[in-house]
Design a protein around this ligand. Sequence first.
Ligand code: ADP
Ligand code: SF4
Length: 709
Amino acid sequence: MGNRDLSLCHPQHRILFEPVQIGPVVAPNRFYQVPHASGMTEANPRVRASFRGMKAEGGWGVVSTGAVSIHPSSDDSPLPYARLWNDADIASHALTTEAVHRHGSLAAVELWHGGAVVMNRTSRLPPLSPSGVPWAATHVGFMGQQRPKPMDSRDIDAVLNWQRAATRRALDAGFDIIYVYAGMGYLGYEFLLPEYNWRTDGYGGSLENRTRFVREMLEVTRDEAGGRAAVALRISLEELRAKASDHYESEAHGVVSLLSQVPDLWDVKMDSSPNDCGASRFRPEGAHEPIIDFVRTVTDRPVVGVGRFTSPDTMVSQIKRGVLDLIGGARASIADPFLPDKVRRGESDAIRECIGCNICIASWHDGVPVRCTQNATAGEEWRRDWHPEQFRQTDKPEHLLVVGGGPAGLEAALVAARQGFQVTLAEQRSDWGGRVLDESALPGLGVWRRVRDYRVWALSQLGNVAMYTDSPMDAESIADLAPDHIALATGAQWTRHLYSALEIPDQPLDGPKVFTPEDVFANRISGERILVFDYDNYYLGGVIAEHLGRRGCNVVYATPAGHASAWTFMTNELPYVYKALGEQQVEILTTTNLNGFDGEQATLSNLFNGQTLERPVDAIVLVGLRLPNTSLYQALLQSRAGGHKGLQGTGINLVGDALAPGAIAHAVHSGHGFARGLLEGDAGLYRRDEPITLEDPQPVVILNPATGS
Ligand code: ADP
Ligand code: SF4
């Protein structure tokens, strides 16, 4: 643990730096990066090791992997997952444990068997389950068209052996804490829940019987670990807590009581991803507490839990009120790997707080390494050599002018200033934040203001930045400043284009009653009955429909996509979007295109069968195509080409939405990358990771090729 000096730490927060005994190992403090998906697999072991190692460097006392499959019958493809299938997989994990141990932290491995959740699309083995009950069977994202095999006693023995073998490999790789996973629908969870466990043998029926499989998994893990590593149980308690029990307050109380002394650590969580990793739009900080608050009263083993905690005061309260012993962080640790170190140094203001947008989890759903809105360096630690807190210094402190104070401009200015450039930041509006300023005023998005607040605060701490609001810049005023570099972070604008039946942008829809999101932000929408037409299909169309509904409008939301705000499936928001729109009585039309609007009647048609329908509305808000604001860029290029003195030799660059409109995460990453690129040597660095392979790879042992077990 790099530095343990607590002299600057706020006295109230020192409790967070107490060591915690976890079975045979000691966590150096209470900051525990719980297992979370990173999209990093054996294909990119160095990216993964640097990503996890950075959190240890930032002070997280325990750093965990994401799910690590114990056998090819736990194959989540195309979603990314790690493996410990045979000895060939040990070396790549050893890179991670070395990176974590280098900073004195403990490394934990989340061994995992996916049971009926996985579809084994690559291994083509039958998924295993207690009783052949499929999981989320009508959920397109999980449909694999294969039902799971009910496990016989041979299968159960096989899984126990795989857990044992994976434990041995985990020890060889250097892990200090080894998990058994009984959460989120995976195999252990399916044994616990009567909906999935219909067995009539010793593994089904009574609560004692249903916990037997998890108990045995813990026992083989402990036996194999032999005191060299702690054994953790990760368990989802939401559904169990909702179940009445004859002998306990609930089945959750029962399971924890029955297994109370079996694991060295309880890692407790919710059941479904939208609840467990809830977006801030719908779930507040600490939302797990009502479900997991009892665990510490039933076991004397340490308990770790999460809740998108970013405030040290909230963390201290969790400890002092006896809810948790260790403060779990997944998103908090992605957004700021140095959160613990900042608390230790008494610099809580400097924490780059997670905004709960769930772009990180969307990366996993996309099958790619993690991306973060707040932390552009997440996943880039090794690949691009981006450290979240350290910046190479320029030996030529040239003048950078950044035009536009949205997420891209703020990030570009901050990173350039931290590298020692002389920075001027000009914004035409009277406040900072660009689109974040507007969007964070909409329902549920208030926490997103942190994108702006963190950067404005951080810039205010630096002496080499001049910041001007109410400062619209044109080519002439920019040339007068004669900067060495120009970053145009001038954003993008929403257009009124309709889309064709092939979903290609077509002609604009003109008329006084046709609006865009900018009109919503400026409060220019009039009328009672509003159609929100969404070609964008991320959050904004749905949020605007909710916002107008809350204002008392009668709202129809329509989209060519199959769901309202369809892409919010990726960010765990989709079920809650429907709830929010339902509460505002918004009519939802999907697979629907917009053909026209005569000022009174909107004409729509079904995307597939062409059937038309009409809705009488007073106005339409189109959430559609966004085009970059590049007029200033063009004017500057012209001035420079025309020989304007102030622009000779000046680099003129577009960043953020002005370069390519996207999510806020894209804008921040673009601003960051631009500023790093100002330093020679950093520009263009893009390392390619490769698997660590044995010269002669050994086969994974599958006892029965037909069943995998
Ligand atoms: P991004 O997401 O790329 O940061 P935003 O749209 O959030 O883009 O922010 C762009 C910002 O640039 C807005 O705050 C806008 O007011 C500002 N801006 C655009 N053109 C100019 C200009 N000519 N002078 C100063 N500020 C500008
Ligand atoms: Fe938090 Fe969003 Fe970053 Fe995820 S992507 S860690 S939710 S800020």
